[in-house]
Write a protein that binds this ligand. Structure first.
Ligand code: BV8
Ligand code: ZN
Length: 238
């Protein structure tokens, strides 16, 4: 079982990773639904929405600022580093639901941020977009046009960036192997990507200590953590 999947992975030229909060868990960033999850202290289902932002922009900004400070002091873990390392041996794309930028900081060069990024902001009215480099003197921060700035992330009920979503579908429909790491696959439309890969005949591997709704369509499920399993998978291919 493991041997023949390993062979398929060795033969794969074009490998796509779909990652979620679980891959950053060993960098000290809480997941959404885990026991240490963000969901425990706040309810992202209410806070990560446009309504919450307009009802209480200060609270939503405080939540993102707390997460951004934690993310900026976090480091990529061996899971992120293994995916970056694999680029030396294969064509690798990373379709991530995370907004923490750790794949890029680990050295991955082909990263699609399906749900945006916590280090970029945009204006709620004009087309200003910028990277956050300093701390804000006041929350919510204001644009020079006089309107509120918001985190450049995709909230519930908002569409994913069209160009990024289009490429994510193309990559999933043409890859030889898809490795799904650290995501509960609870959120759509990102959770459709493994279906596109399956339809295109790709080898599907899941790295997650727990089962997910897509475990049954996986060719191989590694019930392990990202930081442990990914370096072993990359060693197979390298
Ligand atoms: C859209 C960015 C349409 C912000 C996020 C009913 C009501 C309202 C909406 C809906 C509804 N039904 C469906 C919807 C659509 C909704 C949705 O899917 N809701 C779900 C919750 C039911 N989706 C949307 O609204 C999306 N947009 O559909 O738009 C549209 C179309 C056209 C025009 C207009 C509109 C937008 C969704 C994006 C929301 N933004 N984040 C922010 O981060 O603050 S979602 C957020 O949760 C994350 O980004 C992530 O994507 C998502 C899921 O979390 P995971 O990453 O999977 O993390 P989780 O904690 O759940 O799981 C961690 C996993 O890791 C676990 O399995 C665990 O076992 C594992 N793990 C733990 N430790 C480790 C590990 N694995 C490996 N190693 C370890 N060490
Ligand atoms: Zn503006």
């Amino acid at each position: 079982m493991f041997e023949d999947i390993a062979d398929q992975l060795k033969k794969a030229k074009d490998i796509v990773f779909v990652t979620g909060a679980g891959i950053s868990q060993e960098s000290g960033i809480p997941t959404f639904r885990g026991k240490d999850g963000l969901w425990r202290k706040y309810d992202p289902m209410t806070l990560a929405t446009i309504d919450a932002f307009y009802q209480n922009p200060k609270l939503v900004w405080e939540w993102y600022e707390e997460r951004r400070q934690n993310i900026l002091s976090a480091k990529p873990n061996p899971g992120h580093l293994a995916i970056a390392d694999l680029e030396k041996y294969r064509k690798v794309s990373v379709l991530t639901q995370n907004i923490d930028g750790l794949h890029q900081r680990a050295g991955s060069t082909n990263v699609y941020e399906l749900h945006g990024s916590i280090i970029t902001i945009k204006c709620t009215v004009c087309d200003l977009k910028d990277t956050i480099t300093t701390n804000f003197s006041q929350l919510p921060p204001m644009c020079k046009c006089g309107n509120m700035l918001r985190p450049d992330v995709v909230w519930f009920g908002e569409a994913l960036p069209q160009d990024i979503w289009k490429s994510a579908i193309e990559q999933s429909s043409s890859c030889d192997a898809m490795i799904v790491v650290g995501t509960s696959l609870a959120v759509s439309p990102a959770n459709l990507l493994p279906v596109y890969a399956k339809e295109n005949g790709a080898t599907l591997i899941e790295v997650n200590p727990d089962k997910t709704p897509m475990s049954d369509i996986m060719d191989l499920s590694l019930r392990s953590s990202a930081a442990k399993a990914l370096p072993e998978l990359v060693n197979l291919v390298a």
